[in-house]
Write a protein that binds this ligand. Sequence first.
Ligand SMILES: *Cc1c(COP(=O)(O)O)cnc(C)c1O
Length: 400
Amino acid sequence: MAKRADFEALDRADELAAFRAQFELPDNLVYLDGNSLGALPRSARERVAHVVAQEWGHGLIRSWDQADWIGLPLRAGEKVARLIGAAPGQVVVADSTSVNLYKVLSVALAARGERRLVIAEGTGFPTDLYMAQGLIAQLGQGHELVLVGRGTGELEAALAKRASEAAAVLLTHVDYRSGHMHDMAGITRLAHDAGALIVWDLAHSAGAMPVELDSCDADFAVGCGYKFLNGGPGAPAFVYVARRLQEGQVQPLTGWMGHANPFAFESGYEAAAGIARFLCGTPAILAMSALDSALDVMLEAPMEAIRRKSMALGVKFVSLVGEECGGHGLKLASPVDPQLRGSQISYSHPRSHTIMDALIARGVIGDCREPDILRFGFAPLYNRYVDVWDAVVALRAALS
Ligand SMILES: *Cc1c(COP(=O)(O)O)cnc(C)c1O
């Protein structure tokens, strides 16, 4: 029989244990929703206070230069780059994931000329599909969005059968419902073999596991700042564009911050060199400052250790749920193999909402996704092994 003391012992041996003290977390709360909104790093609170009081309050307009606000999107982008396997000059922080997706998908379609097929997963996060639909409607060039199943072989079949038409493949690396993780290198190769470009959505990957965009030969990627990156509610997102694709097509949101010389105030648009052309308007400095300091916390931790602990927490959770919560109709909705999962564990249950409400009332926060999914996210920088124990004890009580 497992005991809480066993989990306390795991925490004592945890190489990342010290990171928890860098986050503000309410007492008596088990927070397993860092995959939706990461916890508050203490340094982010201090940084925002400083930016407000000093840089804004005292520096005023001078802070664009003196505090290098103007360089923040690129500086923060380089920090994200180190977390996702991107060499310098390929990532910038800006706008939202949805908006960045629009930019890169536009470039991908323009770069693929007469090809008209966009392949995505029907179970993918809706905003990705909506943005693709909106772009296709706006282009009015007869692009077709084909939705395939995840891990069903349909993607491979579509790429094989319609290779001459395939323009772009749009995939979420880690599925938001099940937590299933794709083989990024393998699928990227498959898309390229068909002559298509690939866009990876890293919403549930960045900060949760090693990602190797460059070595996978990825073309484009987007992702959120507020999930595992702990950048705060509505934090700006990031966009990655492989260097080889930066100088060709110009992304369509040609705002002045992406201009070659914004402060020349010229009447005609000329795209900046490199990744800077993926900027649009004035960066949200307060929000980006919070994200920037959260990234510093994450960069202190070896990503391999984050992944190791993430998998260990998931394995412990699944096995303890198996021992303690049998007979209540919970079905594991995540892959059984931890190597195939991101940093969340999902179960399906017809009364998912009722169960989650009861759990939250017991001080354990996860969330639900339609139609019947209970999600538990594990953020290795601040979640403890005892959180697994306490969550399962509460889950058992909620179920009965
Ligand atoms: C959370 C999430 C988003 C969110 O996009 P926003 O523009 O930040 O609202 C996009 N894609 C995926 C896969 C997500 O999980």
